[in-house]
Ligand binder design. Sequence first.
Ligand SMILES: C[S@@+](CC[C@H](N)C(=O)[O-])C[C@H]1O[C@@H](n2cnc3c(N)ncnc32)[C@H](O)[C@@H]1O
Length: 228
Amino acid sequence: MVERRIRIAEVRGSTPLESTKDFKMTFLNQQTIEEFYDKVRFLWGAEPNRHVKHVPELIKSGRVLDVGVGEGRNALFLAEKGFDVTGIDISQTAIKKFLRLAEQRNLKVTGVAIDALEFEPDVGYDVVICTAVLHYFSAEQAKRLMRKMKQYTNEGGINLLTVFTKDDQGFKQYPEFHFFEDEEELREMYGDWQILKCERYTKEEEHGGSEPHVHDIAVLLARNKIQD
Ligand SMILES: C[S@@+](CC[C@H](N)C(=O)[O-])C[C@H]1O[C@@H](n2cnc3c(N)ncnc32)[C@H](O)[C@@H]1O
């Protein structure tokens, strides 16, 4: 019975394993992330990102790279839809958790613990996603990583990125993080691709037992042009 209850909690998703009363922060540094990945069942929620849910409408199959995969809420969703998924993350704890969750769902995925800037794939990807990760990089590093993500993408493939903007309430509070000026900063990076979506929105969040908070987010969805 106890085992069954645990399974139900896993399926429903965001039930914290232990009290996380002290988790009030809207942004976590790498050390805190490590700590909470072990404590909280789904630190960023179990539901895939709202934009990732639409990826299968654009591309039916192929290889996916999730940069900063975390616990894998997006990667697992795409693996369930039949994509061949690789998730990379600088956190070993994240990768172990991602692989464990995949195994529990009988999904075959690849997980690599590596700094995204060091990752050099020997294949191309049809979909590259990177949600809520680029604030861990400097402006120069974030641009370098975006250029790399574009390079890894097959012709006709897509990139999906979400970032936090300077209108986010965390901008003044967390000087160690990189906030984007606005969605135009993303658009500029993808000027040579077909832009499918480039917009900004606010989102109320409460994940992993955190205090409720609102984020100001920019999203970019773009397709690599097919060369003739
Ligand atoms: C806020 S979480 C988002 C996780 C996932 N993308 C999602 O939307 O659920 C950010 C993730 O980026 C990872 N990360 C931070 N710096 C990284 C780096 N240099 N290379 C790869 N991953 C990194 C963190 O370990 C963390 O798992």
